[in-house]
Write a protein of this length. Structure first.
Length: 414
């Protein structure tokens, strides 16, 4: 059963929240982060991408980067940009995007439950990305960004959350520069805290929606602290890491699309003929953008034209993973026809989040790439089913929007 525990968040003083909030650290490069933070000394990018405050260097993982992040946290606290709660609290975090609302709870979850798979995963992690966040969290002595978790909706939890939000004023309520609404309530009364923690203790599993590297890194920092403190009780803050936990029914997964560099020696017509032989119905849709209409329906852009690719039933396996559209595309077209066997490492393929739209696919295929493929989005039920079977999704399967705002809450490991 799941632990969602109150904690003494470090968060912006009222009036600074709009200046502090940033996108997550891993959706931009150094140059983009520097441009986003330009002219704003309060941007959280000075913490989650602290290399922007240092002379450009070859090694983005130099210890000076992490020490600068630690120093900036202290500076924000000393200067009154940040405060730390006097007592442990939970937080209601509501995001609004294009009229759609998702409302979750921010609290701390258990390192032990990450290890015993009460917190379920659906992606592999990369060692170098883990090492980066391990050093960041460890040297900062702080979880600087929350993991994005979900759970199967529980009406009892939803009722408490909605009642509290309706009956109390939020501490923040604003729209960030990317058009996302952010509203935050502090839950500090003991009765509501007890009710929520008790109800979450009846939730059988939490699921990582986004943030596999952050969660793996936070867990390893906790284990490192245990080795350094062999007499630990289990109640210390380093035994827990910060998460924003949303009910599954609130979430939306966007498509995660593919662009490829070449046709592996085929002419466009030869390529289309091979797709037909591989088990797809192919329909020329002309120059107007075609959007996939449902599962096993694909869109392809090639040589200035859009095509509908419909996978025939006989190539859809009865398998949790291989029946996903990203797997159907990989196993029947990208791998056998285009020779892209490992999309994680092959430099002939790139990925475009659906939030950028199919116009971005056309732009890429008309410039630095050759062809583009759009898939119908994976749904949350697919993700939960994969995780429940202790399997992993194919790479670049899910793109969640909105992203969690960074800088609205930090978790001290002390």
């Amino acid at each position: 059963m799941a632990t969602v525990r109150p904690f003494r968040a470090i968060r912006p003083e009222k009036g600074y929240e709009e200046k502090v909030i940033s996108l997550p650290y891993d959706v931009m490069n150094r140059q983009e982060a520097a441009e986003m933070a330009e002219g704003n000394p309060f941007s959280f990018l000075h913490i989650c991408r602290s290399e922007i405050d240092l002379p450009e260097q070859e090694d983005p993982y130099d210890i000076s980067v992490y020490e600068k992040a630690r120093d900036n946290i202290k500076k924000y606290l000393d200067e009154g940009v940040f405060l730390q709660e006097d007592k442990p609290c939970l937080y209601i975090y509501r995001q609004t995007m294009d009229g759609r609302v998702q409302t979750g709870i921010v609290g701390c979850v258990s390192v032990d439950e990450y290890q015993n798979n009460t917190i379920k995963k659906h992606e592999f992690t990369r060692v170098e990305k883990e090492k980066d966040r391990i050093r960041h969290f460890d040297i900062c002595d702080t979880d600087t960004e929350p993991v994005f978790l979900t759970y199967r909706d529980d009406k009892r939890i939803r009722t408490i959350v909605e009642a509290f939000a309706a009956g109390n004023d939020p501490v923040y309520d604003f729209v960030s520069g990317d058009g996302i609404g952010h509203t935050l309530w502090v839950i500090d009364d003991e009765a509501t805290l007890q009710s929520l923690t008790s109800l979450f203790s009846e939730v059988p599993y939490l699921y990582i929606a986004d943030g596999h590297h952050r969660s793996a890194s936070a867990c390893k920092v906790g284990l490192k602290r245990r080795e350094e403190n062999p007499d630990y009780s289990g109640d210390e803050e380093f035994n827990f890491f910060m998460a924003a936990v949303f009910p599954d029914s609130d979430l939306k997964i966007f498509d995660y699309n593919r662009v490829v560099k070449d046709l592996n020696g085929c002419s466009p017509q030869e390529f289309i003929d091979k797709i037909k032989k591989a088990g797809f119905e192919v329909e020329d849709k002309g120059e107007e953008i075609y959007y996939p209409e449902g599962k096993h329906d694909f869109s392809m852009y090639l040589e200035g034209r859009w095509y509908r690719l419909r996978a025939k039933d006989e190539i859809i396996p009865d398998h949790v993973i291989d029946s996903l559209d990203v797997a159907v595309l990989q196993n029947n077209i990208l791998g056998p026809i285009l020779g892209i066997e490992d999309p994680r490492t092959d430099k002939r393929i790139d990925f475009v989040g659906g939030i950028r739209g199919l116009k971005e696919l056309k732009k890429r295929a008309d410039s630095d790439m050759k062809a583009a493929f759009a898939v119908y989005p994976v749904d949350v039920d697919d993700l939960l089913r994969v995780a429940d079977n202790d399997m992993v999704m194919p790479p670049k399967s899910t793109w969640f929007e909105p992203k969690l705002g960074s800088g609205l809450f930090l978790h001290s490991l002390k």
